[in-house]
Design a protein around this ligand. Structure first.
Ligand SMILES: [Fe+2]
Length: 242
């Protein structure tokens, strides 16, 4: 059962999004093959609220080192229990309709039983990284990723390659610093992306929010998705123990 939303967070997000020139964002998103980033578009006091919740869930961070990835994560299940402002951001109608307007698709949050619906990624130890990948959809529809920078005391970057696999276009490489309050919006099947390795005494934390065009997934794909989340992100107890 979803928890009540934090009304003041909804109001602050709505106000921040009203400042954005939607037409420019939408044009950039499509010019870049369904990828756009909005630098520091959420206000610092609101981001501070999310960071306070991040600090509260640090004891629940699950660290994983597997081929292609080394970092920590906190699942949606933990955020739902302990991070009301973050979960409000994820579900807030003003953000969801803004994303729908940018992407041109009616988007919805993932179902409540998806531990990856909204999650924290923590890069806190030297060499933490993730290799280049797509955020491939296991759902029956498309899946869109929205990243929010929370902590960026690092030279590590979100490295993106636009137009990969498009024979009509030359690939374009970009490196972004996900500063606090910066939003990155992309179609998971279109953007090839990685996080470059963290240096000594550095820290990078992002919130990832996944939105879909259909909430259904066939049971075999749900099993595969849960196995991937258990092994590469949140641990078996978190994914299967609830
Ligand atoms: Fe990704």
């Amino acid at each position: 059962m979803p928890e009540p939303i934090v009304e003041s967070v909804v109001a602050e997000i709505a106000a921040a999004l009203r400042q954005i020139d939607l037409e420019t964002v939408r044009a950039t998103y499509w010019r870049q093959n369904e990828f756009v980033h909005l630098e520091r578009c959420l206000p610092a006091p609101l981001v501070q609220r999310f960071i306070a919740e991040l600090d509260g869930v640090r004891p629940a961070v699950h660290r994983v080192r597997v081929p292609g990835k080394k970092s920590g994560s906190v699942s949606y299940y933990t955020l739902r229990a302990r991070a009301p402002a973050i979960v409000t951001l994820y579900r807030t109608p003003p953000l969801i309709s803004f994303l729908g307007a940018v992407t041109g698709r009616p988007l919805m949050p993932c179902p409540e039983r998806d531990p990856h619906a909204c999650a924290l990624y923590l890069y806190t130890e030297p060499g933490d990284y993730i290799t280049a990948h797509y955020d491939t959809s296991f759902y029956k529809g498309a899946r869109y990723t929205v990243l929010l920078g929370l902590v960026n005391r690092t030279r590590s970057k979100l490295a993106c390659q636009l137009f990969r696999g498009d024979p009509q276009r030359t690939p374009v490489d970009m490196e972004l610093a996900t500063e606090p309050g910066t939003l990155v919006i992309f179609n998971g099947d279109k953007l090839w992306h990685a996080v470059t390795p963290l240096g000594e005494d550095e820290e990078r934390v992002t919130l990832t929010m996944e939105y879909v065009t259909a909430q259904s997934m066939n049971p075999f794909k749900r099993f595969v998705s849960n196995m991937k989340d258990a092994i590469s992100y949140f641990g078996f107890r978190e994914v299967f123990g609830r």
